[in-house]
Design a protein around this ligand. Sequence first.
Ligand code: GLU
Length: 389
Amino acid sequence: MDYKKLADLLYPNVDKTIDDYEKMYPERNLSEDAIVARFAPSPTGRMHMGNLFASFIPETFAHQTNGIFILRIEDTDDKRAIENGTELILEDLKAYKYKVDEDPINGGAYGPYIQSKRKDIYSTFGKYLVSIGRAYPCFCSEEEIAHIREIQTEKKDRIGYYGKYAKCRNLTYEEIEEKIKNNEPWVLRLKSNGDFNRKIIFKDLIKGTIEIPENDIDHVLIKSDGIPPYAFAHVVDDYLMRVTHVTRDDSYISSVPYHLEIWKSFGFKVPKYAHILPLNKKEGETIRKLSKRKDPEAAVSFYNERGIPEEAVKLYFATLLNSNFEEWYNANPNSNISDFTFTFDKMSKSGSIFDIDKLISISKTYFSRLKAQDLYNLIIEQSKQNNNQ
Ligand code: GLU
């Protein structure tokens, strides 16, 4: 098959190349050990403690190394997005004095920082994968996909579009041309060359070395409306934003083999990944995830209303981030968070328990160390805020 011809057939209007984008977003002029990290939420509403902690991590590592902290809005799943979602997130980050270097509202040289505005970029990268034979169009309808799933369930086979189930994988150029002429909708799929019976060895900054089966599923890279699901979008964005460290929720760990396959199909250097365990809550003998629905202390407003300053919450986050922080903080009464050097390997591998009593106790220590004038200013500030509420 002439893959270049196929790429032009599928993307006749894409005239840019990856090279063009690499020139637009050149490697950053930073020192070798500087960390470029991002917080990449969906714009679904106000921050809660879970994502405030999740953003504390890249912000801390980026600035500790004189790097860059990016806020990228992932709004490709528009069902959950709310209209002013980006503004609310930025407002909450600013209230906690996180230094956001690049974001969708104030911009930066590596934007747009909102995925729905990056469609042309994704098409260019998709076109490239077609041109090297690593992606193909799939015309299967939702009903056909559901049917494949039924057969797999019946046969107790793995679910997914792979191997003999991937029927569009072997369409000829002529068959594809015919379908395109008939305006049949299509999605772009990865042509996986993985083998489920082989394992990849992957080094996570927090969890250490992990072995997981290779990906062999021809996942959807770009949907028929030109919008990519998370996997493809994050690879393209993290590459062009020159992100060095991907810190994200631990729930993505099982998708790592697929994500690595995308990185490698482009031939790009893979950034470091750090998968963060969620904040947990202890309820009697059981441990469960801190929930923004069930737990009032999961809301950021909970702390404002009780006069617990942002700095105290951050000190608590610092103790969760590195187990040796607290001892250091107690031994260094005149220091603050930015004087401490955090490392990924001192993060919990089993998940942290969110302990409100400890947070309050740290808050007390913080207050006790404030100079009279600073304490006065803080109280005035809090009274003003509470009067406005
Ligand atoms: N948008 C993803 C989420 O909210 C972010 C994942 C990532 O940080 O890569 O879960």
